[in-house]
Design a protein around this ligand. Structure first.
Ligand SMILES: Cc1cc2nc3c(=O)[nH]c(=O)nc-3n(C[C@H](O)[C@H](O)[C@H](O)COP(=O)(O)OP(=O)(O)OC[C@H]3O[C@@H](n4cnc5c(N)ncnc54)[C@H](O)[C@@H]3O)c2cc1C
Length: 887
């Protein structure tokens, strides 16, 4: 069917974005509308939806029959690792009439039977050409269609191509010499024979202890005379506790299946489950152990990973959970050396998909089962009769390879796909895949990827993720058809933004710390890039829906009548910052500027009590110092290392109105530990009781007192820096200049974290970021008005940017946040310092807000920025910067 090209009302309404296209209207009609590659769960659902929507389609499947993963992986013990009842289609609401699952975790034959049942029930086979591999797909720009070639000689043109080729369908090559010389039987779990394999009385080697190995080893061991398992990387595995489908879950279905499925769609992993928000160390050790035991006992993968909110982000939390697993392994496995070899120690738990097993660890207690740790005893080669390691020659009747897949991208790049200008997808992805939403890739119009890189895919219950992708694609095709467009393609900007966002999400987790197939690390030469989208099925779905709701944001839609491009980035905030903002918005808290000052101060203090404390320091001392007109509180943070130390005088944030010496406690601890310097957080008098320049006078007094008492405080005289956040950043900048003019005390460096530097509310950042990012423009104005008269706002003691001469100021690091009303004045001050030849490092914190960089252990994405601050401080304190050597 050629899409009707009509200039409809919707298109006219977007006239401002309509670019007239000289495209021909006599485009050739393609053979079909859609070619689908692959007939697994995704391909079958595509066949169902596409055929019912009236699209002409062809599905090509390399296998001789349907089922994908469940067609190929017939090894003994193969099962799902999410409950069967969750790992099924949801489009078939009356499924219980003609299907029922026999077990909590169905076996491969049962799942394959289910998929065949669905295909037959909905008459899907007629769309599929089996035993046919798609070799090539090339975009013909002139004709605006794909030309698809198969190894069966098919040459088919199609408007769209959908790669439903599977994340785990391209087996990894065996990385061992001599396989061809072995005279016994050789099996690959991913290409298991259709006829039963009998291991009775046989000596069997199993190479690999990932999911397939963990599932197959106990079953093979039940038959074989001898089993030797060759393990490179041990796996974390929990008992599946398989059995009947849970009656509780069946009851949930009976109550309301639609609600159940909808909860799965909006869950973190594609199974109805609340996202844990409890940090590990916020509860007692006894409670934690109980929680871990429950996870171990329940036999559900996603439950286990979800024990605490920070298991995948906090190394200490992860270590404790991993140690729980290791203790279980040590308790089950009798031989201490085997137990030790089975304990994973070189990657955080859950950074590789943990396995669900039945008797895996206990199998190593059987007298005929043995583990060989190939890290200690590498396989040298496969011989005619078995396997040689450096220390031993083994004889086998059969070798089973359970060595995994070239995951997520392997099956896609195995097809010679060329897009616009004959650019090859393989080349484009040479340094790692780039996609928009994991669904599309720039330069390859009308190409869709089901569970492609950059989507939740292998981190989720894939049945749910597949349906979501297929539904999105179908909606998209419907939209194109309804609006007279023939092609859709993401923009380079949207794609780069998404790729960045996926990396940002991964970077705040421990995932990159593992040499996993999620990272492409199992395939020699594959770029090390985190492949799936780790923020969750729920956030991902919301993003895809938002893209559509915002007029296909980030896509270019084109057709003979014209084109439309609503370019932009769907996610610009750091993922954790965005999550915090969402949570804050949901709490619907009153704003500080809506309260009387006393209430605002109490509220601000109250909010500080719920945050994580920040790292331990060596010592904390509370004291008072003489301010300009009376005593002021200070808190000293001493590093755990032996002193004396350099000193940082820190001024807290709070708009000169709220806050005190301890209100930035986690930040000060973090600064202290990272920079190995004493941090003295000095209070100052607040407005409106004490208006400008009271805070400046107090800040100066504090710096003088610290300089005079450096030795007594445990500091090194002459190694004194100032630092401040927000209003405190303003004070640090002001003090740096005033001490220069007063001839001392000597300040070796200034750290200005999101500082106001002239309070000019007309700057663009006050408009762009006026609301929605924590600090609002209205609140900034409230602070200015409490602190200083409009007539004084060009006084350099308020507006360091207005100081005539900035030369000779201490070297500085200025941090500005992208979504901060104050961003542009921080930027302007960094530029002014640079223009005055002051050494300055300007850090633009991408995706951050005014407050987020101070949220230690909450906004983890702020940690690299704080590391740069600490690094700058260490640089300021180098002996070459101190007065004695500077002179
Ligand atoms: C052993 C194993 C167990 C798993 N267990 C789970 C689980 O418990 N839970 C879960 O969520 N996920 C699991 N997965 C992931 C599983 O792959 C997905 O859940 C799901 O089956 C993927 O379906 P799919 O249709 O996207 O891809 P697949 O099932 O992989 O199907 C893709 C099909 O495309 C075909 N193909 C590829 N390239 C071409 C080409 N060029 N031309 C023609 N045909 C081609 C392949 O032959 C294959 O049949 C498991 C994977 C494996 C390997």
């Amino acid at each position: 069917m050629e899409y009707p090209i009509t200039q409809d009302a919707g298109l006219e309404a977007r006239d401002d974005r309509l670019v007239t296209d000289s495209a021909r209207t006599d485009r050739p009609t393609p053979d079909v509308d859609v070619v689908v590659v692959g007939a697994g769960i995704a391909g079958l659902y595509l066949a169902y939806r596409l055929s019912r929507a009236g699209h002409r389609l062809r599905v090509f499947e390399a296998g001789d029959d349907l089922g994908g993963t469940w067609y190929w992986n017939r090894y003994p013990g193969a099962r799902v690792d999410v409950p069967s009842i969750d790992y099924m289609y949801s489009f078939d609401p009356n499924w219980q009439r003609d299907w029922q699952w026999s077990e909590k975790y169905a076996t491969q034959p049962e799942i394959l039977r289910y998929l065949n049942h669905i295909a037959d029930k909905h008459d899907l086979r007629r769309h599929i050409t089996f035993s046919t591999r798609v070799r090539q797909a090339g975009w013909d720009d002139g004709a605006s269609l794909w030309r698809v070639r198969t190894d069966g000689g098919d040459d088919v043109s199609a408007r769209f191509v959908v790669m439903a080729t599977g994340c785990l369908s391209m087996p990894k090559q065996a990385e061992v010499d001599g396989l061809e010389s072995f005279t016994g039987e050789v099996y690959f779990t991913s290409r298991w024979p259709h006829d039963p394999v009998d291991f009775t009385r046989k000596r069997v080697a199993v190479i690999g202890t990932g999911s397939s190995g963990v599932q197959s080893i106990p079953v093979i061991a039940e038959e074989a005379r001898e089993v030797v398992v060759f393990q490179r990387t041990p796996t974390f595995s929990i008992p599946a506790r398989n059995g009947q489908v849970s009656p509780e879950r069946l009851a949930l279905f009976a109550a309301n299946e639609a609600d159940y499925r909808s909860a799965a769609r909006m869950s973190p992993g594609g199974i109805p489950m609340e996202r844990s928000i409890t940090p590990t160390f916020s509860v007692s050790e006894a409670e934690r152990q109980q929680r871990y035991e429950r996870a171990w006992g329940i036999g559900e993968l996603f439950e286990a990973i979800n024990v605490y909110a920070d298991v995948l982000s906090n190394p200490a939390a992860n270590h404790e959970f991993a140690e729980f697993f290791r203790n279980k392994i040590r308790a089950i496995v009798d031989d201490p050396q085997t137990a030790s070899d089975l304990c994973p120690t070189d990657y955080p738990v859950a950074t590789k998909r943990p396995c669900l097993d039945t008797n895996y660890y206990a199998t190593y207690n059987l007298p005929h089962v043995r583990l060989v740790n190939v890290r200690k005893h590498p396989i040298r080669q496969i011989t005619e009769t078995g396997i040689d390691t450096a220390h031993e020659a083994f004889t086998f009747d059969a070798i089973v390879f359970a060595t995994g897949f070239d995951a997520v991208t392997g099956a896609i790049t195995a097809v010679d796909i060329t897009g616009r200008d004959d650019a090859a997808l393989k080349d484009k992805w040479a340094d790692g895949p780039q996609t928009y939403l994991g669904l599309t890739t720039a330069g390859f119009p009308n190409l869709f990827l089901i569970t492609g890189p950059g989507s939740p895919s292998v981190l989720s219950n894939m049945a749910v993720s597949i349906e979501q992708h297929v539904d999105w694609v179908l909606d998209c095709l419907g939209h194109l058809r309804a609006h007279g467009f023939a092609a859709i393609e993401p923009t380079a900007m949207a794609e780069a933004g998404w790729t960045q966002h996926v990396n940002d999400c991964a970077d705040i987790t421990l995932f990159p710390a593992a040499n996993s197939w999620y990272m492409g690390a199992n395939v020699p030469g594959k770029p090390r890039v985190f492949l799936p989208y780790p923020a969750g099925v729920d956030f991902y779905r919301a993003t895809c829906d938002e893209v559509v709701a915002r007029d296909y944001l980030g896509f270019k839609l084109s057709g003979p009548e014209g084109s439309m491009c609503n370019d932009g980035l769907v996610r610009r905030l750091q993922p954790d910052v965005e999550m915090i903002l969402i949570q804050m918005a949901a709490m619907n808290l009153p704003t500080l500027d809506s309260m009387p000052v006393d209430e605002a101060r109490a509220f601000y203090a109250q909010m500080s009590t719920t945050r994580p404390p920040g790292p331990d320091v060596g010592e904390i001392v509370d004291g008072v110092l003489p301010g300009a007109t009376g005593d002021l509180a200070y808190r000293l943070y001493r590093p755990p290392t032996p002193g004396p130390h350099a000193i940082v005088v820190f001024f807290h944030g709070g708009g000169w109105v709220v806050g005190d010496a301890v209100s930035d406690d986690p930040l000060c601890r973090d600064l202290c530990v990272r920079s190995d310097a004493i941090v003295i957080s000095a209070d100052y008098r607040h407005a409106p009781e004490h208006r400008f320049p009271a805070a400046v006078d107090d800040a100066m007094a504090a710096v003088r007192w610290v300089a005079d008492n450096a030795e007594a405080l445990g500091g090194m005289p002459g190694r004194l820096a100032v630092c401040g956040w927000s209003a405190g950043g303003n004070l640090a900048a002001v003090v740096s200049r005033l001490t220069r003019d007063a001839g001392g005390p000597h300040i070796v460096g200034q750290v200005l974290l999101t500082p106001p530097t002239d309070g000019d509310l007309t700057r663009a950042s006050y408009v762009e970021n006026a609301d929605g990012y924590g600090l609002t423009t209205a609140l900034a104005q409230w602070c200015y008005d409490h602190y200083i008269d409009p007539a004084d706002r060009r006084d350099p003691r308020f507006a360091p940017l207005c100081a005539g001469d900035l030369s000779g100021l201490p070297p500085a690091i200025v941090v500005t946040a992208e979504f901060d009303p104050l961003r542009d004045e921080g930027k302007a001050y960094a530029a002014a310092l640079d223009a005055a030849s002051v050494p300055v490092e300007h850090v633009r914190a991408r995706g951050h807000t005014h407050q987020s960089l101070t949220m230690v252990d909450v906004a983890l994405s702020g940690a690299p920025v704080r590391a740069r601050i600490a690094n700058a401080l260490r640089g300021f304190f180098l002996p070459t910067r101190t007065p004695e050597t500077a002179a």
